[in-house]
Design a binder for this molecule. Structure first.
Ligand code: HEM
Length: 407
């Protein structure tokens, strides 16, 4: 079997097309371009074989809903030991995302009650209050950069509440978050320094909560035991870091894509606002489907034959959710946003044992954030002449300049 620039020649004689991670996950693009690249790849083939840079291990890539969902559900063969196709042997372990088997199940049992609907519903008044406070600051201005001024701030503040952190640190947190996750174009040093700062912050916070426990996730986690053992500070730190990456930027980017869509599609906005109670929840699901941006990978744990492709133990598999969510075999009119789509079995929150723990909270934040904005500012538009930029890495929008008429 051989690998060529055009692909990998399979035992059957067929060629599995070749891909380069850098060509798919580009540093800068126009909004939605990443998802469109994945659309084109899905139209081209069901499986790809590729590399990320000269030194990297090869990885496979699925493009269709059925295959992607099945891989997420087959955790024995496709494991979370590594979730980045570019990095088969990472020197870190995010908890619980990069755990497998029994230990992962134990963490989920501990975490799930904190994010269950009943627990999140108790937070609801505070979530609404946080969003109102942000809106109170911006409504009279007539303009904002939605990403920086609203989308990044809102989930950040909710996260700080959940983790018992003072919201006076929210601004600093936002700077670190941007450096770590949206650092394309800046030096790797900046992201690394920010990561070290976040590490240091959480280490101090864990020590503080040990001395003065409160009603927050870290204080609860300090009481947890797994197989009779308290959780080590090292694991608690790895858990805080994962929550930081999983809970803040995801909601912020989902809000940003949704508002981008609504800013340039006034007809969709009118359709929602004509029947808000019914259509907002459907629209939130449709934006989750159409503008999905989480693209995890899995490590292959055994030699497997997939549709004639000989996948080897130790290789990586990339499973971009945006590709699954826009697969025409899974959705009617998959390439169109239908804000009142009734049947919508998307996998924006993943599938299988690692399906998003925070999905109920995320949905609440999206509903409160999008509906709350439109109750205060129903008419707005993109600021003419400014370019909206999408970044790669952790895919998302870099800016979203909006303007509206001041009352
Ligand atoms: C729109 C917002 C969000 C999206 C699209 C999203 C998406 C996802 C996806 C696709 C996964 C699965 C990753 C994989 O299979 O490798 C995941 C896992 C996870 N998410 Fe979310 N997420 C969102 C918001 C949140 C929030 C608000 C929280 C908590 C505050 C959260 C916490 C987690 C955790 C802890 C995991 C790891 C679960 C595990 O490994 O068992 N997420 N998320």
């Amino acid at each position: 079997m051989s690998v060529t620039e055009n692909g990998r020649v399979l035992p059957s004689g067929e060629v599995c097309p070749f891909t380069r991670y850098e060509d798919v996950n580009i540093a800068e693009s126009a909004p939605g371009e990443h998802q469109e690249i994945h659309d084109r790849m899905r139209e081209g083939a069901r499986v790809y074989y590729g590399v990320a840079g000269a030194e990297s291990n090869p990885f496979w890539q699925f493009t269709e809903m059925e295959d992607i969902r099945a891989a997420y559900q087959n955790a024995k063969v496709f494991a979370n030991e590594s979730v980045q196709p570019t990095m088969p042997n990472p020197p870190f372990k995010w908890i619980p995302e990069m755990l497998d088997g029994q230990i992962h199940t134990r963490w989920r049992q501990l975490l799930s009650p904190l994010f269950a609907p009943a627990a999140i519903d108790r937070l609801r008044p505070k979530v609404i209050q946080r969003f109102d406070d942000i809106m109170n600051e911006i409504v009279a201005k007539g303009e904002c950069d939605y990403v920086a001024d609203v989308a990044l701030r809102f989930p950040n503040e909710i996260f700080m509440d959940l983790f018992g952190m003072p919201t006076s640190d929210a601004e600093q947190f936002q700077v670190w978050e941007t450096a770590i996750l949206h650092g394309a174009g800046t030096s790797g040093d900046t992201a690394f320094q920010a990561m070290m700062s976040v590490n240091g912050y959480f280490a101090e916070l864990i020590a503080l909560k040990r001395r003065q426990p409160g009603e927050d996730i870290i204080s609860y986690a300090l009481t947890w035991e797994i197989d009779g053992e308290k959780i080590s500070d090292e694991d608690l730190l790895a858990f805080c870091l994962l929550m930081f990456m999983a809970g803040l930027d995801t909601v912020a980017m989902q809000l940003s894509y949704s508002m981008y869509h609504l800013a340039i599609n006034p007809d969709d906005r009118a359709k929602i606002l004509a029947d808000p109670d019914r259509v907002w929840p459907l629209a939130v699901e449709e934006f989750l489907r159409y503008y999905a941006f989480v693209t995890p990978g899995r490590k292959i744990m055994a030699d497997v034959d997939f549709n004639g492709c000989p996948m080897k133990k130790g290789e990586m598999l990339w499973l971009p959710i945006c590709s699954a969510n826009r697969d025409p075999k899974a959705f009617d009119n998959a390439d169109r946003v239908i804000v009142d789509r009734e049947v919508n079995p998307h996998i924006a929150f993943g599938a299988g044992p690692h399906r998003c723990v925070g999905s109920y909270l995320a949905r609440q934040e999206l509903l409160i954030g999008l509906r709350g904005w439109h109750e205060r500012i129903p008419n707005y538009r993109l600021e003419p002449g400014t370019k909206v930029i999408e970044h790669g890495g952790q895919m998302g929008l870099t800016n979203l300049p909006l303007i509206w008429d001041k009352k």
